[in-house]
Design a protein around this ligand. Structure first.
Ligand SMILES: [Zn+2]
Ligand SMILES: [Zn+2]
Length: 134
């Protein structure tokens, strides 16, 4: 799968299959995206290549561990998430894929923090808090 930011300065490519595909409804994802939730695909770090200048912003997740959210240093597009808790994975915002149809969401997480004005597809499993164990 390939993708990149709005201005094209950052490009990525994964040779490996996704591990998780989900919507995160936590407040931090709402803040950083300006939207109701974040569509996220987790890939194995191995097999992933990133080109271009990415800036990472650190915050603490609900587990107390660090989350580093990466955005294009030029245009600000939100692209990546590195989780201290899941060091072998890297998350990518599905909206940055060259082919958005490649995103196949499986679950909703952190729905306890979902915005009251958001519609949540009831055909997918929902979890009030974090992603379920692998
Ligand atoms: Zn950019
Ligand atoms: Zn989130």
């Amino acid at each position: 799968m390939n993708g990149g930011c709005l201005c094209g300065a950052v490009r990525y490519k994964s040779d490996a299959a996704p591990v998780y595909q989900l919507y995160c409804h936590c407040r931090d994802c709402q803040k950083v995206s300006g939207s109701a939730s974040a569509p996220i695909i987790f890939f194995p770090v191995q097999g992933l290549s990133i080109e271009g200048q990415v800036t990472y912003y650190e915050s603490k997740g609900s587990s107390g561990k660090s989350i580093y959210r990466g955005f294009c240093s030029k245009c600000g597009s939100q692209l990546f998430g590195r989780l201290e808790r899941l060091p072998d994975l890297l998350s990518i915002r599905a909206g940055t894929l060259d082919d958005p149809a490649a995103f196949h969401p499986q679950v909703h997480i952190h729905v306890s923090q979902a915005a009251p004005w958001e519609y949540i597809d009831p055909s997918l499993r929902s979890f009030p808090h974090d992603v379920p164990p692998r």
